[in-house]
Design a protein around this ligand. Structure first.
Ligand code: UDX
Length: 460
């Protein structure tokens, strides 16, 4: 099949690459010529500057020029196409709703070209990015308005987790396809023939509106699950003596009906999807007068979770942040990514600066450069107080305390670095429970505050 993938962001590029492995002729389209040029080189460095996903560059190198093609010229590639995946940015507005400005502009431009095609075979328009419930219908309206002939619309949401996107795209738990007509389901079955009748993958055919809802409910459920553990499990560990949060997690998740994913308590879940999707769903439900208290609570627990450890250090360890130097380790929203979107570190750093911290020593193995852009001093003059370091050790040197804000595996060895570099009663705030031997640290006089357990200081 001839398939266009419009938008070569993280979702589009991964999807285009993985589809090209299954023998389809894929044309990845973007209006950003610099990106397209970078992808065309096939060089890992050039590709990863835009989308850094394990295994992605290798697929592109393998299939480029045979099954995978890149283009900035929609007109020349749309002729004879069977399907077009819309993988366009859908960022949030300040009120939580989804901003469809870019989506609308791009689909109008595509509709304009599609209306002028000579080959009028059926062309299926597929929404891949997360869009509000009813957007496939809205897309249908745009296509009709532009007088595109013989088209179908489909909602086929992505469920890719960053850092694992290639594997997730090759081996999804489920494929959700929402169409109105049998002829469109048929097109999708041909595109995804590798997933039909798979022993493990659920292939679900439904209406476009249901498919759109599945994406929101799945992400909101995941965040609610994390928020339950952070809001209840972690707080039990912090409020009562002798409760082991790790044993608590094991004891509860041993029930096979309850999953371990999400039970790893943290200083909040970040990333490009959860916050944006729960906000958008709250907005969509409020508009139809549905009570959204439960969802608001999940969202609030998650936001609270990002910074409350700073107040615990003040209240439980009597630490005064004013004029101190604090190392913030782990800037991206999770390990193995340089993605700063909705990262807990943003709230942590803003909170520390608000508490009068004189200097922030920032370090992330992958995200120092994206963090520099995120903490632009032009936007907030206080960000001038942030310096970036090439190692955790360098960031810790000459600091009064550290805040561990992501789950990078290298932090598991941090206790030794702490002992070698700084003297007790140095403050260690562990937002991800990454320091397994924290008891030895506190025995030596270091102060340890972590999510899920009571503060450990020289006095207690
Ligand atoms: C997520 C969903 O998993 C994916 O299906 C959806 O399409 C997009 O959003 P992603 O944003 O890449 O993917 O991140 P994910 O790995 O799910 O983690 C989200 C956040 O939750 C991270 O900050 C992570 O560290 C945190 N988390 C995860 C916890 O705090 N505890 C856990 O037990 C698991």
């Amino acid at each position: 099949m001839k398939i266009i993938v419009a938008g070569t962001g993280y979702v589009g590029l991964v999807h285009a690459a993985v589809c090209s492995e299954y023998g389809h002729e894929i044309y990845a389209y973007d209006n950003d010529a610099r990106k397209i040029e970078a992808f065309t080189t096939g060089e890992a460095g050039a590709i990863e500057r835009y989308v850094n996903e394990p295994g992605l560059a290798a697929i592109i190198r393998e299939t480029h020029g045979r099954y995978l093609f890149f283009s900035t010229d929609l007109e020349s590639i749309l002729e004879g196409a069977d399907a077009i995946f819309l993988c366009l940015p859908t960022p949030p507005n300040l009120n939580g709703s989804t901003n469809l400005t870019c989506y609308d502009a791009a689909t109008r431009q595509i509709a304009d070209v599609a209306a002028r095609r000579e080959d009028t075979r059926r062309l299926l328009f597929i929404n891949k990015s997360t869009v509000p419930i009813g957007t496939a219908r809205h897309l249908e309206g745009i296509l009709k308005e532009h007088e595109v002939v013989n088209f179908g619309v489909c909602s086929n949401p992505e469920f890719l987790a960053e850092g694992n996107a290639v594997d997730d795209a090759r081996k999804p738990d489920r494929v959700v396809v929402g169409c109105d007509q049998e002829q469109d389901f048929k097109i999708m079955r041909r595109i995804y023939s590798q997933f039909i009748h798979h022993v493990r993958i659920k292939y679900i055919e439904t209406t476009p509106e249901t498919a759109e809802s599945i994406k929101y409910v799945a992400n909101t459920m995941l965040l609610t699950y994390i928020s339950f553990w952070n809001g209840v499990g972690a707080k039990i560990g912090e409020s009562f003596p002798n409760v082991s949060i790790d044993d608590l997690r094991m004891g509860v998740t041993a029930d096979t009906r309850i999953s371990t994913w999400g039970s790893f308590v943290s200083n909040g879940a970040g990333g490009s999807c959860f916050g944006k999707d729960i906000s958008s769903l709250i907005y969509q439900l409020r508009r139809v007068n549905v009570n959204t208290k439960m969802l608001e609570a999940s969202y609030e627990v998650n936001e609270f979770q990002k910074i409350y450890l700073v107040d615990r250090a003040i209240n439980e360890a009597r630490f005064a942040f004013n004029n101190k130097t604090i190392a913030v380790l782990g800037l991206a929203f999770k390990k193995r990514t340089n993605d700063m979107r909705d990262a807990s570190s943003i709230k942590v750093i803003e909170c520390l600066l608000g508490r009068g911290v004189a200097k922030i020593h920032a370090y992330d193995p992958l995200a120092n450069e994206t963090a520099r852009v995120c903490f632009d001093p032009e936007r907030n003059i206080l960000f001038e107080k942030i310096s970036y370091f090439d190692s955790a050790k360098a960031a810790i040197e000459e600091s009064d305390g550290l805040f561990l804000s992501s789950d990078c595996e290298e932090f598991r060895g941090l206790s030794r670095t702490i002992e070698e570099t700084v003297k007790p009663p140095y403050l260690v705030i562990d937002g991800r429970r990454m320091i397994p031997d924290y008891k030895e640290l506190t025995e030596k006089g270091y102060t340890y505050i972590a999510v899920g357990c009571q503060a450990m200081t020289r006095d207690n």
